[in-house]
Design a protein around this ligand. Structure first.
Ligand SMILES: Cc1cc2nc3c(=O)[nH]c(=O)nc-3n(C[C@H](O)[C@H](O)[C@H](O)COP(=O)(O)OP(=O)(O)OC[C@H]3O[C@@H](n4cnc5c(N)ncnc54)[C@H](O)[C@@H]3O)c2cc1C
Ligand code: FES
Length: 511
């Protein structure tokens, strides 16, 4: 997914457009000078905001207008039309706002105004003074950003055992790995951000223990950091297999920027790669390797890639898509050994490989929570407010298992957007907001020029309704359980994907 450039299409909104040309509940893409601007109408109110999403530049005019918000078609960010604030991740930065004026039955866009985020927890009620975040990933970063957005002026210490500041992890298997994204796309923010926002980001800092009574965390170097509220956002780590040859230097996993750079370095002198595992990450890696001209073989035990999560129809489509790009699958087979030059499969087949990438899933990093005695149930158990079994300690992202109001189950997912949104809600609750986490789970995956969007959560389904044509890349798949739609996957049906998200939100509100 490339970042769209802000293009100035449509009418010059400073010259005004006829009121009747914008029906209630619709949007119009235009421009003000060099700025692409979206004009939206809700009843007799008109709003003008930046036309491109601040995540990857998605065209907001092709998204969905809901009340006084607009949702991005690409990865479901949501912006306030009144203030420009990014209300739902993955966008974190606001869009600009312009004032509008109604005159002579025309609507004119006037002055540009700074976005003004809403402070949801009155500063006087923000009782915590020192907040420690363990983890410099999606959830940890989004939490820190939200704390400062809420004008929290106490200490924020972010401890990460990574050597790199928070990065746009989804890019590491997509454009960046494929060689299509410049280096500056990778960090979520430049170093200035942490300095200006007074966020004490400490890299290469492993938290080894938590003392609940003393309210301190201990670091690998023996030092301690005190906290009033603590957020655990330690994420997940790639699963490794008990295979001969797993520790050879040409066998890679992919989680961090360093991992990604090591794979990119390997592509420089190689021709052939074996990807073990047809997971989302495994297949995205295969696609990126093809973009670099590397022969890619994918080995996986399942009959079809992605079948367990998306069903057989999408599985067959994804397989064909990758085969059209030259990927060679070895399905219903497993790797039994790796040596310096090849991978041996259970079937007896051997595949020449200059390097190997393991994409067989991740496991949540729970050691710290387990050692601290927090309640664990295939993840860190949190309540609706994302608080763990210990008061004042919250958890978010890949480690958190939360009571999902949409499925009625306690679930744990490994989605970028969910991690960010949980980090944000945990931040509000650390300040005393008492806001339940009720976002509908959402993820996306990208294979060549085909994006797959998924809202909801379906561990199982008893009916799958396909609308459209999967092979034509124009479809919506509804996963039903007991007659109820529990998840929706789509390819190039963005508005329907957004509508499904809104429907699920409203169903949960009504119940
Ligand atoms: C290559 C790749 C591509 C992906 N693509 C997508 C995608 O397209 N769509 C999607 O929805 N999801 C995607 N994901 C998944 C998504 O990135 C994760 O769900 C998300 O990053 C989880 O956020 P998190 O904050 O829980 O964990 P992370 O982002 O992993 O952050 C965890 C942080 O905790 C640190 N840490 C862990 N333990 C300690 C400790 N003891 N002390 C100090 N620091 C510690 C780690 O170094 C890291 O900084 C992708 C993941 C990868 C790896
Ligand atoms: S481009 Fe808008 S959410 Fe990603």
């Amino acid at each position: 997914m490339s970042t769209a450039q802000s293009e100035t299409t449509g009418p010059d909104l400073m010259l005004g457009v006829a009121v009747d040309s914008i029906a209630d509940g619709t949007m119009l893409a235009g421009h003000v000078g060099e700025d692409a601007v979206l004009l939206a109408r809700r009843g007799n109110e008109f709003f003008a905001v930046g036309a491109n999403c601040t995540h990857y530049g998605g065209p907001l005019a092709e998204g969905l207008l809901i009340d006084d918000t607009v949702r991005c078609p690409w990865h479901h960010a949501c912006f306030s039309l009144r203030t420009g604030e990014a209300l739902h991740a993955p966008a974190l930065a606001p869009v600009a706002c312009w004032s509008t004026e109604l005159r002579d039955n025309k609507i004119f866009v006037r002055e540009k105004a700074a976005a003004t985020p809403k402070v949801r927890v009155a500063i006087a009620h923000q009782s915590a003074r020192k907040i420690v975040i363990v983890g410099g990933g999606a959830a940890g970063f989004a939490a820190a950003e939200m704390l400062r957005r809420q004008r929290f002026d106490g200490d924020i210490v972010m401890l990460s055992d990574d050597e790199a500041p928070p990065v746009d992890r989804p890019n590491l298997s997509k454009d960046y790995l494929a060689g299509n994204a410049p280096e500056e796309w990778v960090p979520l923010r430049g170093n200035d951000f942490y300095r200006e926002q007074n966020i004490d980001l400490r890299l290469n800092s492993t938290v080894t223990d938590i003392d609940i009574r003393a309210r301190t965390v201990g670091l690998g170097d023996g030092s301690k950091v005190g906290y009033d509220r603590l957020l655990l956002a330690t994420g997940a780590e790639p699963v490794r297999l008990p295979l001969a040859g797993m520790d050879l230097p040409h066998v890679h996993t992919l989680r961090s920027l360093a991992d990604c750079r090591a794979i990119i370095a390997a592509t420089g002198s190689s021709r052939r790669a074996v990807v073990i595992g047809a997971s989302f990450i495994g297949l995205e890696v295969a696609a990126s390797l093809r973009a670099r001209g590397i022969d890619a073989h994918v080995v996986a035990p399942e009959k079809r890639p992605m079948e367990r999560i998306l069903g057989p129809e999408i599985g067959d489509f994804v397989r064909k898509l990758h085969e059209e790009h030259g990927v060679i699958f070895h399905l219903e087979d497993t790797a039994t050994a790796i040596d310096a030059h090849r991978v041996t499969l259970k079937s007896g087949v051997t595949i020449d490989a200059d390097f190997v990438i393991l994409g067989v899933g991740v496991r949540p990093r729970l050691t710290l929570a387990q050692q601290t005695g927090l309640a664990i149930d295939r993840g860190v158990t949190v309540d609706a407010y994302l608080q763990t079994s210990a008061q004042g300690i919250f958890a978010a992202g890949d480690i958190a298992r939360w009571p999902d109001p949409h499925s009625g189950e306690s679930i744990r997912v490994e989605h970028w957007v969910v991690a960010e949104r949980q980090g944000q809600i945990a931040a509000l609750n650390m300040l005393g907001a008492e806001k339940a986490f009720d976002a509908v789970p959402f993820f996306w995956s990208q294979h060549y020029d085909v994006p797959i969007n998924y809202v909801g959560h379906a561990e199982k389904w008893d009916e799958l309704v396909i609308d459209g044509d999967i092979s034509a890349r124009d479809c919506v798949l509804r996963y039903k359980h007991g007659g109820r739609v529990v998840a929706v996957a789509s390819i190039y049906r963005d508005v329907e994907s957004l509508s499904a998200e809104v429907t699920m939100e409203r169903q949960a509100e009504a119940s």
